[in-house]
Design a binder for this molecule. Sequence first.
Ligand code: SAM
Length: 219
Amino acid sequence: MSRDKSMKARAKSEFEAWAGTYDRSLLNRFLFQPSYRMFLEELLAWRGADSEPFDLLDIGCGTGTFNAMLAGSSLPARVVGLDYAEAMCHVAADKARQAGVADRLHYVNADSQHLPFADASFDVVTCSNSFHHYPHQQQVVHEMRRVLRPGGRLMLIDGFRDNIIGWVAFDVIIGHVEKEVFHAPWSKIHEYFTNAGFKNIRRRKFSFWMPGLLTVGVA
Ligand SMILES: C[S@@+](CC[C@H](N)C(=O)[O-])C[C@H]1O[C@@H](n2cnc3c(N)ncnc32)[C@H](O)[C@@H]1O
């Protein structure tokens, strides 16, 4: 099997199986929840509570916790969540119904490498803790850029592996557990964003023991 197919097949089977218990995992508390808070903080600082409605695409959305938080916040976001694992989309859609926000959230089962949307469809693209599963990361960043409107933002979060703690957490431990994954260093992520035409690229590191890296670029 090619690297492309085997990486995707592995990710799909891992997350189809994990969907039912994902929200109760320790990683959820120490890595995923802080990521959702980073996105909300960035969005509030950028769009403010009184802004015009905007369209957000969350790629590799998992169980949709961030999307449900966003739909329940004061931010007027219309949200589409996309995930390669069908079971994740089902859990996310159930969560939205239970939270009473299903009218503002839609879920699509698809691959980040081939986004099923027209050019310039969204104002924001978010992607957290999913990018290391993508065999063709540069191609995905080009796809993210393609679906963004001019002036829109890409907010990408993944494990920060440029210090010793991050290297042990992501390259050694998570790499051992998940096998075929690649946590790109900041230099590589910066290169992906630049090649795809993003401007004003900046980064924020957060959390000490499970450090995350948020990269933001303007389309
Ligand atoms: C660790 S979870 C992160 C979920 C969520 N964004 C979060 O931060 O909690 C990674 C997610 O990426 C999804 N994923 C992996 N490869 C993908 C691909 N090629 N296209 C879309 N989603 C993918 C998985 O199915 C899984 O739901």
